[in-house]
Design a protein around this ligand. Structure first.
Ligand code: C2E
Ligand code: MG
Ligand code: MG
Ligand code: MG
Length: 292
């Protein structure tokens, strides 16, 4: 009898659960195992100074090297990780790995000025997060000035007064802070001016159709003006075309990041882009099959 009931229960759940919920559970277990079994990897995307054309830093972007699915994009597992809380161990791993990598580049003859790491909301809201960062810096031996942390505009603006506290502690440690995906959330300028940040990153959705789209151009120009009036550096994300670069240069954007310059790449491929003088060569002919 009990067996029958169990069987019925099983059927009930199987029928009552949507395909996506089942998928979600499978993926959650998979991701938990993936974190434990070192299936995560970081790729690094160069950031370029528009005036000099030089490498000014890299952004670490996580990928999941899944044994059956192949390379999985963070867009497919960061939201899941955020929802399940797995983002905390995942984020801890990313921070440690990125700092470790940056520290080893510092000790090499490759000139990589800064490492930017993305934070998720849940990770950033942890009470002891600044303490965690301090511990990672100490353990990896990376001086704080080589680390930049990115939080999205929507993360920053939700519970903005707590954001100020958290950012102040991080700023006092001597690292840099930037607001990612700027323009896609609802910014309160009253709060923005109280954040001890260094950089605004213009979301790629505003860059995509410039210079043709007048509205996007107006928005991008406004963000550049806002940033400069607040003594902040401004970066354009998702730059894919030469015309966009030209427009951004004419409109005094400081830095760019995008496929036109370089895709995110493994540490090995990144290293292959450096010339004998230790400078990053954007035109280096490197075969990077698995990078995306
Ligand atoms: P993001 O932080 O805004 O990162 C920029 C995204 O734009 C990256 O996608 C990058 O590969 C992509 N991108 C860069 N240049 C271009 C371009 O010219 N054209 C196009 N179409 N795309 C470009 P990716 O690596 O898939 O990451 C997506 C998002 O996932 C990131 O957006 C970030 O929000 C999140 N993410 C990635 N790694 C991490 C991580 O370690 N921790 C957390 N919390 N989030 C992460
Ligand atoms: Mg980012
Ligand atoms: Mg500062
Ligand atoms: Mg972004």
């Amino acid at each position: 009898k009990a067996k029958e009931a169990g069987k019925n229960n099983c059927q009930f759940y199987a029928k009552g659960m949507s395909a996506s919920a089942v998928n979600f559970l499978l993926l959650e277990n998979d991701l938990r195992r993936g974190i434990d079994q070192n299936q995560l990897v970081l790729h690094y995307q160069p950031q370029v100074d528009l005036a000099t054309g030089k490498l000014i830093g890299v952004e670490a972007l996580v990928r999941w090297q899944h044994p059956e699915r192949g390379m999985v994009s963070p867009m497919h597992f960061i939201p899941l990780a955020e929802e399940t809380g797995l983002i905390v161990p995942l984020g801890d791993w990313v921070l440690k790995e990125a700092c470790h990598q940056q520290q080893s580049w510092l000790g090499s003859d490759l000139d990589v000025p800064k490492m930017a790491v993305n934070l998720s909301t849940r990770q950033f809201r942890q009470k002891d997060f600044p303490g965690k960062v301090a511990m990672v810096l100490r353990d990896t031996g990376l001086p704080a000035q080589y680390l930049e942390l990115e939080i999205t505009e929507s993360c920053a603006m939700e519970h903005a007064s707590e954001t100020i506290n958290q950012l102040n502690q991080l700023n006092q440690m001597g690292l840099s802070l930037s607001i990612d995906d700027f323009g896609t959330g609802y910014s309160s300028l009253a709060y923005l001016k109280r954040f001890p940040i260094d950089k605004l990153k213009i979301d790629s959705s505003f860059i995509h159709d410039i210079p043709l789209d007048q509205n996007d151009a107006a928005i991008a120009r406004s963000i550049i003006g806002l940033a400069h009036n607040m003594q902040l550096t401004v970066v354009a994300e998702g730059v894919e075309q030469e015309q966009q670069v030209q427009w951004l240069r004419e409109n005094h954007c400081d830095q760019v990041q995008g496929f036109l310059f370089a895709k995110p790449m493994s540490a090995t491929n990144f290293k292959a882009h450096f010339n004998a003088a230790g400078e990053f060569d954007f035109n280096a002919n490197v075969v990077a099959l698995k990078d995306f």
